[in-house]
Design a protein around this ligand. Sequence first.
Ligand SMILES: NC(=O)c1ccc[n+]([C@@H]2O[C@H](COP(=O)([O-])OP(=O)(O)OC[C@H]3O[C@@H](n4cnc5c(N)ncnc54)[C@H](OP(=O)(O)O)[C@@H]3O)[C@@H](O)[C@H]2O)c1
Length: 271
Amino acid sequence: MDNIAFIGGGNMASCIIGGMLANGFQAQQICVSNPGQEKRERLQQAYGIATTADNHAAVANADIVVMAVKPQIMGTVVKELAASIGPETAVVSIAAGIQLADFQLWLGSSQAIVRVMPNTPSMVRCGAAGLFANNLVSEEQKRSIETMFNAVGISCWVDNEALIDAVTAVSGSGPAYFFLMMETMQRIGEELGLSEQTARELTIQTALGAAKMASAGDLDTTQLRKQVTSPGGTTEAAIATFQSLDIEDSFRQAMQSVVKRAREMASEFSS
Ligand SMILES: NC(=O)c1ccc[n+]([C@@H]2O[C@H](COP(=O)([O-])OP(=O)(O)OC[C@H]3O[C@@H](n4cnc5c(N)ncnc54)[C@H](OP(=O)(O)O)[C@@H]3O)[C@@H](O)[C@H]2O)c1
């Protein structure tokens, strides 16, 4: 049974811990270090886990250390903690934009390190995380880390670190694309005469229904779209309009701008 330390007990750490405990992890395995007392008390009460304000104490016996502080302070926190992290410990970073090379610089080149890009639906156990490990992470460590993220959704390993930027473009930032689409559909539903509540309920249920049909996996998304698009019908009129506006190119440009921004952030946070 691995001992797992979280450095930073904010939103992401809290939802991962909640998922872990609901999926077979034991409270005794988990320790969280967080400076704010209120958050420590909340975590202790909600989950019965150990908490501390001392990062060094949290990592002392940890097999896995999850770095869950904001990217802006990651360098300072990791450098300060490096000497207390054991050589056999796997360090997991969930911070957006910080590269393995930086962690290797701060922790030494012999540390096992995993970079993870989770997303906010982890809060409702429907998360999607992309993971990349350096070559010092054992298969056993990979399985343990994967199990942690599977507790709040699904996880996929990628073959090279640059693909974490692609993960960011698809699932990291992706929830916001769907929210934008839902926001827009709801507003136009109202413009077309529906009440705010009806437009909202229909939009949300439609998004949920479409996601459930897609995840059932019987048909791929192209087949599902064609299935609801009768020739000469209403949906065909909508799809033709989207295609004439080149929606694919809008998505391509938006997702390429995520990759560009992720690369800029990597150099901003780099030491
Ligand atoms: N939220 C997301 O959707 C999301 C998605 C992907 C990746 N991430 C990544 O997840 C990480 C955490 O994000 P979050 O949304 O959970 O942020 P958050 O809620 O602000 O959590 C960060 C926590 O770090 C604590 N902290 C500050 N200084 C610390 C220190 N020196 N030592 C230990 N803990 C310290 C803060 O404590 P106090 O508040 O008590 O100061 C806070 O509880 C970030 O790196 C972010 O990039 C988040």
